[in-house]
Ligand binder design. Structure first.
Ligand code: PLP
Length: 407
């Protein structure tokens, strides 16, 4: 197909040319001074992205799934109890990961499309009065299968109100570097993410951020572990090195991504851009007369939108049509909502025109698959949203374009 393919799944996201070029270089000695300087350039700015001064950020050559494991085995002994919630594919998998690692998981079923209710967290913790209390609460900040963002600050407040000492462990795989995250202010104990979404890199790096309580626990507790043990990594990072062979070229990409996000665009502008573009997508969904799977407008994710298909329409067919006809990749419905939703990813390096092209492709694919909607209605609704807000947002939007296309 001529022209560039459109990768609008909710991660991996498009890698800006600048980042590709930063990685397109000779591999260097990972025990030499140039490498140490690279590590020292990355770690402080990564802490800024998590919103922490006291926490440590730990890098692994892995994906988000590996980061889940790293987040658990450093602080929890097998047999310890954890509280988890099932309101989407990834929250369910996080709970399953904990079970597979030998933890005793109480998994609370919720509706897929629902945010994690802080009052539910509070009630569960208040009722937890036995002598083997929960050691941790597992939270997915942004549920990538449903397009729902949970309020981590409110969940922290719920833990506090319940007076419960469980660790707060938060998955930020599809939120970090796209949605505001305040590790210190929310007193998160462990957060985790992957390189392939808001950080605009290819897959391949898993990142964990550990706060003071978690760091102290890891010194004497945790599970038997080797590769994911963060202690030797933190120790060697002090001198700029790693106890394993790091993903050298991805780290050059990460340094460039952090320059773009933290130093150039600025995190506040990055978050504003994601919200602005997401509003355009949501306006299109409403104009099509379709339903956002996320039940509560205050919990709508600014990084992806999961759209419920009308009766009789299989989202897998729409997604195949979009790919084959227009070179547009969209996210499938995962797990129990397979075939029922399609997901538009709107995170990472992205601007208004790319969103409009994506919406145009979705619209055509839906119509070709028999959905009754007016061609152009969604695109026009997003344009209205973008034009009306143009006055206040021109700076952010202009920067968005630069982010993707300049060298
Ligand atoms: N957590 C969330 C919220 C995710 O969206 C994903 C993947 O999309 C994962 C965890 C698993 O990460 P990975 O696929 O990088 O192993």
């Amino acid at each position: 197909m001529a022209g560039r393919p459109f990768l609008q799944i909710p991660g991996p996201t498009n890698v800006p040319d600048r980042i590709l070029r930063a990685m397109d270089r000779a591999v260097i000695d990972h025990r030499g001074p140039e490498f140490a300087a690279l590590t020292h350039a990355i770690l402080p700015r990564l802490r800024q992205v998590f919103g922490t001064r006291e926490g440590a950020t730990i890098l692994y050559p892995t994906s988000g799934t590996g980061a889940w494991e790293a987040a658990l085995v450093n602080v929890l002994r097998p047999g310890e109890r954890v509280l988890a919630f099932n309101h989407g594919h990834f929250s369910a998998l996080f709970a399953q990961t904990a079970r597979n690692l030998g933890y005793v998981v109480d998994e609370v079923p919720l509706r897929w499309g629902q945010a994690l209710p802080p009052e539910e967290v509070e009630a569960r913790l208040r009722a937890d009065v036995g002598d083997r209390q929960y050691s941790a609460v597992l939270v997915v900040h942004n549920e990538t299968s449903t397009g729902v963002t949970s309020d981590v600050g409110a969940i922290r407040a719920a833990l506090d109100r319940a007076g419960h000492g469980a660790l707060l462990i938060v998955d930020t795989v599809s939120s970090l570097a796209s949605l505001p995250f305040h590790f210190d202010d929310w007193r998160v104990d462990v957060a985790l993410t992957g390189s392939q979404k808001g950080l605009m890199l290819p897959p391949g790096i898993g990142i964990v951020c550990a706060g003071p309580r978690a760091l102290a626990l890891a010194e004497t507790g945790g599970a038997p572990r080797n590769f994911f043990d963060w202690r030797p990594i933190i120790r060697d990072n002090g001198a700029g090195f790693f106890p394993y062979t790091p993903a050298t070229l991805l780290l050059f990409g990460l340094r460039e991504a952090l320059t773009m996000l933290v130093d150039e665009e600025g995190l506040a502008a990055v978050y504003a851009r994601h919200h602005f573009l997401a509003e355009g997508v949501r306006a299109a969904v409403a104009a099509w007369g379709l339903t956002n799977l996320c039940e509560d407008p205050t919990a709508h994710s600014d990084t992806l939108t999961a759209i419920v298909m009308p009766e009789g329409i299989d989202s897998d067919v729409v997604i195949r049509t979009a790919r084959e006809r227009f070179g547009l990749s969209l996210g499938v419905g995962l797990g129990r909502i397979k075939g029922r939703v399609l997901r538009i990813g709107h995170l990472g390096a992205l601007n208004e025109l790319e969103v409009l092209a994506t919406l145009g492709g979705v619209e055509m694919a839906l119509v070709e698959c028999g959905v009754a909607l007016t061609l152009g209605s969604g695109v026009a609704a997003a344009q209205q949203r973008f034009v009306r807000a143009e006055g206040q947002m021109s700076k952010v939007a202009g920067h968005g374009a630069a982010l993707v296309h300049t060298s």
